[in-house]
Structure formats: C-alpha cells, structure tokens
Design a protein around this ligand. Sequence first.
Ligand code: ACO
Length: 478
Amino acid sequence: MPKTGSTARPAAKKNNNKPLATTPARDGKKPVASAPTKDSAKPPAAASSGSSLEIKDTRTSKTYSVPISDGAIRAPELKKIRTNDPGDTGLMSYDPAFLNTAACRSAITFIDGDKGILRYRGYPIEQLAETATFLEVAWLLRHGELPTQQEYDQFVHDITFHTYVHENMRKFLEGFRYDAHPMAMLNSSVAGLAAFYPSARNIFDETERNISIVRLLAKTPTLAAFSYRHVKGLPFVYPDNRLSYVENFLSMIARMSESKYEANPVFARALEILFILHADHEQNCSTSAVRAVGSSHVDPFSAVSAGVAALFGPLHGGANEQVLRMISEIGNVKNVPKFIETVKSGEGGRLMGFGHRVYKSYDPRAKIVKKLADDVFKIVGVDKDLEIALELERIALSDDYFTSRKLYPNVDFYTGLIYRSMAFPTDFFTVLFAIGRMPGWLAQWEEMLLDKEQKIARPRQLYVGPAERPYRSNLKAR
Ligand code: ACO
C-alpha cells in the first residue's frame, strides 16, 4: 500500500500582521528573501506599514481604524464593522473577478503593469530570456535562488530520468477520438497521473513533494507530445534521454525514422525562450485555480490539472489559438480596417491577443516575442498571416478605441505566429503554453501550501436569490 498518511498541515504559526521582509522558511530551508528592489518599481509594502485607514460607518456613526500593511487592509477586519441588527455578520468587500483583492503573499513573481515590468524572484524577464535555460528558471521559481552547477546538474538528471509515463497512460491517451482537442487530453492526463502516484497525496512530506514536482515537469512534455501524435495518427515517440528538455520534446513531436533526432537550433532556442516567458505570471486565472484547488490539500497532479483547465479558456492561454483563428478569418490585409471596425462596434468580438488585466502600457513578454518572431521568420519566411498581424497591430496602436482603453498586444499576439511557423497545429498552441507554465504553477502551489496564513479557499457571496418560500412541486403526484 502506498503511503497516504494524514495531509494535515503542520501546526499553524499565526502571522501577526507584520509586513513580511521574508517569506516563511520552507521545511528547514533558509527563508527566501523578497526580491531586492533598488528602483521605483518596488512593491508598496514598507511605505504603508504602521498606517491605518479610518472608516466612518454612516449607518451607526461609528468610526473604525483598520491597520494598513503592505499597502493593503485585511478584509476580515471589515467584519468588525456591523450595525446593531443581530443578524448582521459584518461588512464584506465585494470584488467580482478579484480586481483589487490580494489573496496571498508571494515572493515568486513581481509585475508592474504600468511600467511593463516582469521579474521572476527579482530577475528581469529580459535577462532570463537572453541566456537562462528553462530548467534553470524552473529551479529559480521554486527555490528562490539560481541553482549552483551541482544543483542544476542533479535537477536536469532527475527531470531527464522521469520523462517516461506508465504504459497505461499511453493506452488512456489512445482512447481519445482522432479529433480530440490536445488541451482536453493534456488536462485529463495530468489529472490522471494522480491515479498512478497515490503517495503524492502526502503533500506535507518534502520528499513526496519533490518527486511529484519532478514528475510533473518531466512528464508534461511527454503527455503533450503523445497527445499531438495521437491526433496526427502518428506512432508515439518515446523520450530520448540524451537530449535536452526542449530538444527531447521536439523529438517526441517530430521524429520519424531518424536514428537520432536533431532539432533546428533556432527553433529549439525559440521554444526554450517561449517556455521561460510563460513560466510564471503571479496570480493569473490558472495560477489562482491551482492555488484554490490545492488549498483543499489535494495532490499536486489534481491541483495543477485545474490550472491546465483554466488555461484552456480563450480569455487566458487559449487566446494564442484564437489569434490565429481570427487572422485566418480576416484572410487578407485589405480586410483589416473593416475587421477593426467590427471589433469597435462590438459585432466582431474582441481583438484577440490584445489587452491585459495587468499590463496597461505594454506586455514585456510581447516585446521579446516580437524579436523572437523575427529570428524564426528569417528561417521560414514571412507569410500573409504575419502581414495581417502587423497591420492589425499598426491600426490598433493608432486607434483611439484601443489606446484610450490601454489595449496593447499581449504575449499571445505573436506566440501563435511563431508556433505556426514552426508547424505546430493551431489547437496545440495552448499546450505549449501549459508546458511553459508548469514550473510557475508548481512553485505557486508549494508556496501556498507552506504559507501558514493560507486556509482552504472559500470566497463569500452576496446572496441575491429568493427569500424563503414553501416547496410546492410542479410535478405530477408520485
Ligand atoms: N478587444 C477589444 N476590446 C477590448 C479588448 C480586446 N481584446 N480587451 C478589452 N477590451 C475592452 C472591453 O470591451 C472594455 O471596453 P468598455 O470599457 O467599453 O466596456 C475595456 O476594453 C476593458 O475590458 P475588460 O474586459 O474590463 O478588461 P479585463 O482586464 O477584464 O480583460 C482581457 C483583460 C481578458 C485579457 C481582455 O483584454 C481580453 O479579452 N483580451 C482578448 C483575449 C486575450 O488576448 N487574452 C490573453 C490575455 S494574456 C494571457 O492570459 C496569457
């Protein structure tokens, strides 16, 4: 029997509302310092410590003082604000879609949406994309520091030797229809891994967490590639442990009868950079899903499959697929102005690949991707779809509708074009995003798990349904 002992979190140490200079220590490891911030793009934490917010409740004329810490008030403090009505459980904050609610403290990724800044553990994304490897970034996101050579070599070794999946997983994937969406296949196969590794439910055992994290990073490209080959009707290609992470993935995708697959180095580096750019993006929709599901103390395979599901949606990771579908529908550069008009009037849906909840000046990843696209297009040539994309971008960036709403190209606007030029089918684009995002989901999942302040995620609601009423069935008497 696999060990599936108690998943109870070790005794909680209450956070006493002090602004944190460090994140909590992880299982005896030294605390991870928050990102060093020399410039003005620094989290607003220190500036507001010791301050408070005075709130006057005009219903009762009482005044309350709510402490401000890290630029935030604690929403549970609002519960103290209540009327004399005995049924009043206290004031709530109402924030559909979490537009202005911090649900955690995180030391992983810093974004300044107005300035277009993205940093992993303090390192600017531009510098990481320039020379880091994807697995180096994966280590960094989880551990907070760059790996030493020895740590890196061991990590690469561990990942490389866990790339194989159980043969029954292969049979599971073969059970899908020929036209199954690869994201649906990836989602269910990632979730299915939980059935193969029941001891992963011991989430507070560090050894179990380590091996689950290694397994997820190692096996996701294999599951993704198997999904691809199934849809294409091609034989599955098993992992080649002589190859690097990205080259091995490309080999499982593209290898036919060659005795040794050699990836185009420009494509391999482009994909590695795209994986790095996607590796984390703090509390976005899919990461929030992973944290929320993980907060029930389920195993990491189940928690992360929630992230894959969330990423599938067209407003999130599915946007890269939608960009290409939109461009195909436009069909020709000359149709771009008319299409833009339909977007503005609301008839044509949204301009996919434009706009972002956080970035309101530019998406720093989009800038890197655009340059990357140039490198790839030098090899494969510029096609009509790229011309349409460039014209869409040109018109949108000079149109008041888009500029006044701060709608700029996001990372998905160009990634689809690169993936397509590398011959990936359109419905596979979001799968590539999911492979890249896996280290971020895992780092965020573990950070949530070890954060003594976290509990099972459980938002409140404002009930707007009927008041109590008697049950009178409309069905025939039974
Ligand atoms: N095209 C046209 N209009 C848009 C777009 C767009 N892509 N995005 C937002 N708008 C408009 C909205 O209609 C709204 O206009 P209004 O004020 O006149 O009503 C205004 O801009 C604000 O839009 P919201 O929906 O409130 O913005 P929000 O921050 O909630 O949405 C989102 C962000 C989902 C990314 C949105 O911009 C969008 O749908 N973009 C297209 C899909 C896309 O590219 N998603 C990928 C995001 S990146 C990622 O997930 C990796």
